[in-house]
Design a protein around this ligand. Structure first.
Ligand code: NAD
Length: 304
């Protein structure tokens, strides 16, 4: 039987010497991915909407300005901005081997789905879904035309990608869309016989102390809520809440370990990159069984 990725037919993917682009690379998981990439010998272009965080991250990761990391201010929701990013990457490096479509936001606190406003959907889907789709439509044709071995990693979430947290409905729906998008992408990359492959990445292995809890800092004013939102809880509040609910502090994942884990998955050519996949698979079996009985599938239980 032919594997869905046909990896045996392809030359191995190497981090060392690769040119990588990381959207949302100025903070959290993207910054850790960038650190791991340069540690592995790649050169990285960080694309992020936050100019100040971009400059700080470049300075932190490449203090001597040796060219290992370059920042490019990019709004992933804007086709022209992403096109300018791609032009800058090809002008400087002549290629892109690894594309991490990682920029993402929550929708502003969640709550009842009927209280979510159109602008909650527009902003969250704009960054998470359209931002990823624009990244694919801008970069993948150029990567295919170059004919090099390449890889696209889409950051989804087990919230949506595996099972929704119902009170994070907008975010969960956006991430479910991304998992579907990445599966279609991979099927088509294989179908065309290209040397490019894709992975869907589910950040996992514990709570992640990133800027996602203050994602509203990047919400454009023209997509503001009309009624006051519930507001996002901080990471500290989340830890307190989980500790209270479970009687023990939750595990917190080390971002650098997670980034190293992602790069190992990319090098292996895994389509799904996630920790605790056995637990996710159990949840997915339960969901499939419920759907097979025409019932509501179970919701996301946090540790998956
Ligand atoms: N933190 C978690 O628990 C968790 C869990 C599952 C999935 N994720 C996903 O991981 C990815 C990274 O998030 P994070 O947790 O590191 O949060 P983060 O806020 O630390 O990083 C997200 C980055 O995206 C950037 N960004 C936001 N809007 C943008 C836009 N329009 N254009 C370009 N860049 C933009 C931000 O400036 C920020 O640097 C996201 O896709 C998120 O949904 C996070």
């Amino acid at each position: 039987m032919t594997s869905s990725t046909d990896l045996a037919m392809l030359e191995p993917l190497r981090i060392d010497g690769a040119v990588a682009v990381v959207t949302g690379g100025a903070s959290g998981i993207g910054r850790a991915l960038t650190r791991a990439l340069i540690g592995g010998g790649a050169r990285v272009v960080i694309a992020d909407i936050e100019s100040e965080a971009l400059a700080t991250t470049v300075e932190e990761l490449d203090p001597g300005h040796a060219g290992a990391v370059v920042g490019h201010r990019t709004d992933v929701t804007d086709e022209e901005s992403v096109s300018a990013l791609a032009d800058a990457v090809w002008d400087r490096f002549g290629r892109c081997d690894l594309l991490f479509l990682n920029a993402g936001v929550t929708s502003g606190g969640g709550g009842w789905i009927w209280d979510q406003e159109p602008n909650d959907w527009r902003w969250c889907f704009g960054v998470n879904v359209f931002g990823t789709a624009i990244g694919v439509s801008t970069f993948v044709p150029r990567m295919l035309a170059d004919g090099h071995r390449g890889h696209v990693v889409v950051t989804s979430s087990k919230d949506g990608g595996v099972a929704p947290v119902p009170h994070a409905s907008v975010y969960a729906a956006s991430k479910a869309a991304l998992s579907g998008l990445t599966e279609s992408l991979q099927h088509q990359l294989v179908e065309t016989g290209s040397a490019v492959r894709a992975s869907v990445f589910y950040p996992s292995g514990g709570l992640l102390d990133t800027g996602l809890y203050s994602a509203a800092r990047n919400r454009p004013t023209h997509l503001a809520r009309v009624a006051p939102g519930r507001g996002s809880m901080s990471f500290t509040q989340l830890v307190e809440r989980v500790t209270e609910a479970t009687g023990a502090p939750p595990p917190i994942a080390d971002l650098d370990d997670l980034a190293a884990f992602v790069l190992a998955g990319v090098e292996r050519g895994d389509f799904v990159i996630a920790r605790d996949l056995d637990v996710s698979a159990d949840v997915l079996h339960e969901r499939a069984d419920a759907i097979g009985r025409a019932e509501l599938p179970p919701r996301n239980r946090l540790k998956m």
